[in-house]
Design a protein around this ligand. Structure first.
Ligand code: GCB
Length: 596
């Protein structure tokens, strides 16, 4: 049940968690023989691997390995958990995973960067060790999302990912066991609103118990508001009014605590507490409005990427990156090109930072082999559902990004070779994803990010026009002035045509740290800085530009490719180990008016 991932596992008097992070057993299975040989009963001739971790970084023979592997660990499950439902939650298995508990198969999941969970209650051995085996596989394929091994695709690289970041594989995030009561809260959705100075929270509670009773308590800012509810058909909606509400804002990211209790005071069946803010996000023809006031989104596209860690989660890195983004005066980032580890969103809620939440939809195209397209669409449907279920209560997320640079056809710039009917069909397929997002969440803006030379009529679907542009880099390389002129004309045209605010969600230039020239020249720190400056100047001259996100926050690893010197995209304003280049210092001056 996808709803099993809706609430992040927590510890309280009704719920328990056991984090299985650590060093696991690990074995490569390049011929996919493991299942036949019963490896799920225990690995022999194994090596050790860190979980969370990306296998490509941990072993010198596995950088480009994309096939099957096996992971194993063991744990006691406390007998105090007896009588509850026990789940395993895998926060990211890139790309597909199959799980066995004590030698028995419990489930299979496809898709990366979002959690999945299985009820394993009936597989537990009480008071003895439990063997947990996970088979993972990361084959790159045109029927998966993100796409790989696309013939004639835009990226001629090894490994053949159809996108510009390294296809790090494995259990990149934590694996948890957790227990929940049988009669339990399955999901909580907090829908914020504002009427005059009255804060509104519609709290939708879903329970396994079809007809339970309970209450909601809102705490914070000297408020203590209680409201009882009755569940009908597994669902209750509680509307709360918060007089003189303290809004969640960038300079005062105030979070209320929302506590849902199932049962009554004498017999609490389940409870769950989450923190969320009251804020509104809207849009007019020129600006994004946060709490009714125009806001300029300044910041970056990023990656979960670091030496040795690969794409694995690290709270130190989560904190450090936000700290550095604040240091340059940014207020926003887009989770390019997949949903990030959950800790990022909790931190942004707490610290007052805006997030554009992006699906794993990168390298997408909507024509060609019908069977492959159907599979990609099914994957996207799952991703959208899982992402919104997981992330919906974060005030920091102001906009969903349905896909990065989706296209009609796999070959960039070749759309002219397809028939008009095919183009229309591609639009209708893409539109389905927008419809799904808008049905699931009516409180946030929705957009996608358009590629250079991609279809522009698709912007009709969006609240904000988001474009990635590299004039002065891939086009008219070396000529910043020309690049700035082109972007200026282009966004004027787009705004005139759609009458919506515009955001440049990617722009930038590769700079090899420490490489300098007296006159800006490609690949030097000066060129990167000057190109960023020129784009920001253009944006400043137009009242309909509502945000500028530099590509990228930091250098990151890619597949090997002629245009990726050393195996890196060097468009970071920080190096991969987070040292500022000239451009970072420049942004700090410009965005914080810090002049020393
Ligand atoms: C893009 C992509 C991003 C790439 C970037 C680049 O448009 O969205 O994933 O890394 O360009 O540097 O080429």
């Amino acid at each position: 049940d996808p709803k099993d991932i809706a609430l992040r596992p927590i510890q309280n008097s009704q719920r328990n968690i056991l984090d299985l992070s650590g060093v696991w057993k690990f074995k490569k299975d390049s011929t996919n023989i493991g299942e036949q040989e019963y490896w799920f009963k225990g690995l022999t001739d194994y090596r050790s691997i860190a979980v969370p971790g990306s296998w490509n970084e941990q072993f010198s023979d596995m950088r480009d390995y994309m096939d099957w592997v096996w992971y194993e660990t063991e744990t006691y499950v406390p007998s105090s958990w007896k009588g509850q439902h026990i789940f395993i939650r895998v926060n990211d298995a890139t790309y597909a995973a199959k799980i066995w508990i004590n030698g028995k198969p419990v489930g299979y999941h496809e898709g990366c960067h979002l959690p999945f969970a299985f009820d394993i209650s009936s597989f537990i051995n009480w008071d003895e060790s439990n063997r947990i085996v996970i088979q993972v596989e990361n084959q790159l394929s045109p029927d998966r999302v993100p796409t790989g091994n696309v013939s004639g695709g835009s990226f001629e690289s090894f490994p053949k990912a159809n996108y510009d970041f390294f296809p790090y594989a494995g259990l990149n995030r934590s694996v948890l066991l957790y227990s929940v009561p049988t009669d339990r809260i399955k999901d909580i959705t907090v829908i914020p609103g504002l009427e005059e100075k009255m804060g509104l929270m519609d709290i939708v509670v879903e329970t396994t118990d079809k007809a339970a009773k309970g209450k909601v308590i809102i705490l914070g800012d000297d408020k203590n508001i209680e409201a009882p509810f009755k569940v009908k058909n597994g669902k209750a909606v509680v509307s709360i009014k918060i007089p003189n509400v303290r809004m969640w804002d960038l300079n005062d990211p105030f979070l209320y605590s929302v506590k849902v209790i199932l049962g009554d005071d004498r017999d609490i069946k389940d409870q769950y507490e989450l923190k969320t803010g009251v804020r509104t996000v809207s849009v007019d023809d020129k600006q994004i409005l946060l709490n009714g006031k125009p806001i300029f989104l300044k910041g970056f596209g990023k990656h979960e990427d670091f030496p040795v860690l690969g794409r694995s989660s690290s709270n130190s890195l989560v904190v450090k990156d936000l700290e550095l983004m604040k240091w340059v005066g940014a207020n926003c980032y887009r989770t390019t090109h997949y949903p990030y580890d959950e800790e990022n969103y909790y931190l942004a809620d707490q610290e007052g930072f805006l997030i554009i939440g992006e699906t794993p939809g990168v390298g997408l195209y909507f024509t060609g082999d019908k069977e492959q397209l159907d599979k990609r669409q099914a994957a996207m449907k799952r991703y959208i559902e899982e992402m919104i279920l997981r992330d919906k209560n974060h005030p920091s997320i102001v906009m969903w990004c349905v896909a990065n640079e989706p296209n009609e056809i796999a070959q960039l710039g070749q759309a002219t070779i397809i028939a008009k009917e095919e183009k229309e069909q591609a639009y209708l397929e893409f539109e389905k994803l927008f419809t799904q997002v808008r049905e699931m969440d009516k409180t946030r803006l929705v957009s996608y990010v358009g590629v250079m030379m991609g279809p522009t009529n698709w912007f009709a679907l969006t609240d904000v026009i988001c474009i990635n542009r590299y004039w002065g880099w891939y086009s008219t390389p070396g000529n910043i002035e020309q690049g700035a002129k082109t972007i200026s004309l282009e966004i004027d045209r787009l705004h005139r045509k759609f009458n919506k605010p515009v955001m440049v969600t990617e722009f930038g230039a590769d700079a090899y740290a420490g490489f300098h020239s007296d006159q800006p020249e490609m690949f030097t720190e000066e060129y990167q800085k000057e190109l960023i400056k020129a784009y920001l100047d253009v944006a400043d001259s137009k009242d309909f530009v509502t945000g500028m996100l530099v590509w990228n926050f930091a250098d990151f690893k890619t597949s090997q490719n002629l245009i990726r010197f050393g195996g890196y995209n060097l468009k970071g304003v920080f190096t991969r180990d987070r040292r500022p280049k000239m451009a970072a210092h420049y942004l700090r001056e410009r965005w914080t008016e810090h002049k020393d």
